[in-house]
Design a protein around this ligand. Structure first.
Ligand code: GLN
Ligand code: ZN
Length: 766
């Protein structure tokens, strides 16, 4: 039996890599210093695993920005626009230019696109391929990392994105070819890398092929067969591990087990039911790597359960053919639970239920020891402690709240149903709200200036007392209300100045949520997020936003829109408990948000927005699982929104997402108004709504809030005309693409004044 990791977090225990990269980008430190930080982190990671006793330690899991971009540089798939700098710059500068764009010395080159890594919150840089894409070994990073590990006394296992997965992650930049046809061209570069690694003494190679756990077409399946057969031909002695994760092999099971490789890794956290099938079909020549420790969540492993799995596998195929590992790379876990020292933030009772990356390494090692013939005293002690923690978590009063469970049980279909259908509500709402055609609004946040952020920091440190902080926020809110009135916005917002983050703000006020001090996870490049931990039954002890909405509404005769984050988005952007289905946790959050919606209505707020930007990213990886997810996700939204009277108008908001394949479900959410990000697609995203004859109201974003650029009235009129050509005017709203919190006031002022003029110009025609 052997232990291994698929990859380790690389941002550093104190986010050293983040800081070093940002300092390098802003010219504060030289390249050498950045390289030194990178080297220190890789060596610390290796040492940690070595000391813990991991058998196969990965290398090349380190990256200065993104492992997919590393591969792109390795195989020399450098898009045309960087060719000029490719010759002049250091390799790492070219690399960062591809990741972040380059605006310097008269150059203005755009960055490569970024998108989500499967269903995680990690984002990778999308490779761009031309029809006649050529590949050549360009960067030596993989080989160098292997040599560096060797010098540290470790025969490491290089982690390489599998050839098929690399191709399937890419985007075809011209028409008329299939990226799978590039496999032939790419293969020689992979062969060359493997040759060098073999020459330097590599024994095991890990190919990450998560696409084997996704829906594949016939051509992709054939290409898998072909590529791995070719690789085997050239390297009869290297041991190849194929890592699959994030879902089960399902219909690709026969394919995966027939590949000419040595070890197959499967994700038994996401798909525990696949174990028996795999064990039944696995050929004698293949070993099995059991992904049993959750690489994407923060819960302590249940040793007894894992041991049962390991023993089942050993019985069937023998211990020599069993590997144990986390389900996926630990990249998606925070670094070290031991850095959580503040008991006021994370209580000891909750802390004992958790394991971060470092703790997961020890879990893997302990599981191997426990599964051996004669586990020693220390490890038996660890098992006893594990059992205690698991038992404590099962029964803890912190987690279980009978009232919440009862309330979920008595929630019915009616609770997810507004009193009247939309056409009836629309009339009632119009009578009350009296809004003009093309009503203007914004998505919620106004600029979070340096001052606003300083107040919050000072308040948290105790340098401002609650009253002082409150006064400052009120002043900022009032200024924002007055300004919106002045320029003639129809539906105002309070500005969200009291919020740090749209999930954290709610999590901090809901029961069942915990927070960490240092639980950072890489989101993209140097950007990290610190997701809340949903550990228990969720409910809302007190109103969360009524104070601010009520205050803002008291300042003006115009409508102020209440602003909430929806249940699916709160779920999606948190670490979620694994002791009950996600759908159930989501329903609990939905009921808590429903309470808030109802209280806002009671306080006189007639328009309430429930943001659900993450609903699409929660889609399962396999199409066959979509409808089940959409059913409970849409229901959760509806539960949160349906406690109000017909006259109360419910909005929702979603950032950029393709709506085509889920438009029926978006319609099923039955929000009175949906605002979407639309300007960057030149209103193309609206077509899904138009084709579907979407009945409710829509605010397609008329300008991009990601850039400081101020749009002209004319271009917004242009976009509105495009929208109006496919959606009746009576259904349209006018708003920016998303919240304005990252913008400056001067841009915001100019842009919104022009936006109001654009709306007025449109109304003139009706
Ligand atoms: N109401 C939020 C804001 O304006 C919405 C943010 C989002 O969609 N990501 O900031
Ligand atoms: Zn948005």
């Amino acid at each position: 039996m052997q232990t291994h990791l698929l990859g380790y977090p690389r941002i550093g225990s104190n986010r050293e890599l983040k800081k070093a990269c940002e300092n390098y980008w802003s010219g504060k430190i030289p390249l050498d210093e950045l390289l030194e930080v990178g080297k220190t982190i890789t060596h610390q990671n290796w040492k940690l695993q070595q000391e813990a006793g991991i058998d196969l330690i990965p290398c090349n899991d380190f990256s200065y920005y993104d492992q997919v971009l590393d591969m792109t540089l390795t195989v020399g798939a450098i898009p045309e626009r960087y060719q000029e700098i490719a010759l002049k710059k250091y390799e790492l500068d070219l690399y960062f230019a591809m990741a972040r764009g380059l605006q310097k010395d008269g150059l203005d080159i755009t960055a490569m696109k970024m998108t989500k890594w499967f269903d995680t919150n990690y984002h990778y840089i999308v490779p761009e391929f031309q029809k006649n894409q050529e590949f050549k070994l360009f960067s030596n990073k993989i080989i160098q990392e292997f040599i560096s590990a060797k010098q540290a006394g470790i025969n490491a296992k290089p982690v390489i994105i599998g050839l098929l997965t690399y191709l399937l992650l890419a985007k075809e930049k011209e028409e008329g070819f299939d990226k799978l046809d590039l496999a032939q061209n790419l293969l020689p570069v992979y062969i060359q890398i493997l040759k060098e690694l073999e020459n330097h003494g590599a024994k095991y190679i890990q190919f990450d092929e998560p696409f084997l756990a996704l829906d594949l077409n016939e051509k992709a399946k054939e290409t898998y067969q072909f590529i791995y057969a070719e690789i085997r031909k050239q390297f009869p002695n290297l041991k190849f591990i194929i890592a699959t994760y994030f879902d089960g092999l399902k219909d690709n099971l026969a394919l995966a087990t027939s590949l000419s490789i040595d070890v197959l890794h499967i994700d038994l956290v996401r798909s525990p039911e696949q174990l028996d099938e795999v064990l039944n079909i696995i050929p004698n020549t293949l070993s099995l790597s059991l992904g049993i420790v959750d690489g994407r969540n923060i819960w302590k492993n249940n040793f007894q359960n894992s041991l049962n799995i390991i023993k089942t596998a050993i019985q069937k195929i023998g211990s020599e053919r069993v590997f144990i590992a986390p389900s996926c790379s630990l990249l998606h876990s925070p670094f070290d639970l031991n850095s959580e020292k503040n008991e006021d933030i994370l209580s000891p009772e909750i802390k004992q239920w958790l394991a971060f990356a470092k703790q997961k390494v020890y879990e893997i090692v302990n599981l191997k020891k426990l599964a051996s013939e004669n586990p020693d005293y220390n490890v038996l002690q660890a098992l006893a402690e594990n059992k205690k923690a698991i038992e404590n978590r099962k029964t803890s009063t912190l987690i279980h709240n009978q009232d919440v469970k009862n309330r979920v049980d008595v929630t019915t279909k009616e609770d997810a149903q507004r009193n009247s259908p939309f056409n009836v509500r629309k009339e009632t709402q119009q009578e009350v709200l009296q809004l003009p055609l093309f009503p203007t609004t914004t998505i919620g946040s106004f600029p979070q200036t340096k001052e606003v952020r300083t107040w919050r920091a000072k308040f948290k440190k105790g340098k401002l007392n609650a009253e002082q902080y409150d006064t400052l926020l009120k002043q900022e809110t009032e200024r924002t209300i007055r300004w919106q009135e002045e320029i003639g916005i129809d539906v105002l917002v309070h500005g969200e100045f009291e919020r740090n983050d749209m999930v954290e703000y709610f999590g901090e006020q809901l029961a069942g949520f915990a927070f960490t001090q240092n639980g950072w996870v890489q989101s993209y490049g140097s950007r990290c997020v610190k997701p809340p931990v949903i550990f228990g039954d969720v409910h809302r002890p007190n109103p969360m936003t009524v104070y601010w909405s009520e205050y803002a509404q008291s300042l003006t005769q115009k409508w102020v829109k209440g602003m909430l984050t929806g249940p699916v988005t709160i779920l999606q952007w948190s670490f979620v408990r694994d002791d009950q289905p996600r759908s159930l946790t989501c329903k609990q959050i939905a009921l808590a948000i429903r309470d808030e919606v109802n209280d806002l209505e009671k306080a006189g707020i007639r328009i309430i927005q429930i943001d659900e930007p993450a609903i699409r990213e929660g889609l399962p990886l396999r199409k066959s699982d979509w409808q089940n997810y959409l059913k409970w996700a849409v229901e959760a939204f509806r539960i949160s929104a349906s406690g109000v009277e017909d006259a109360t108008q419910i909005h929702t908001h979603m950032c950029y997402s393709e709506f085509n394949d889920i438009i029926q479900n978006i319609a099923d959410m039955d929000a009175d108004v949906i605002t979407i990000e639309c300007s960057r697609s030149q209103m193309e995203l609206l077509n899904a709504f138009a084709d579907f004859q979407y009945p409710n109201e829509i605010g397609p974003g008329v300008y991009d809030i990601h850039s400081p650029r101020v749009p002209s009235k004319e271009e917004m009129v242009e976009l509105l005309k495009k929208a109006q050509a496919v959606i009746p005017a009576q259904q349209l709203w006018v708003n920016p693409d998303c919240g304005l919190k990252t913008r400056h006031w001067d841009e915001t002022e100019k842009a919104l004044i022009a936006m109001v003029e654009a709306s007025r110009e449109m109304s003139k025609e009706f």
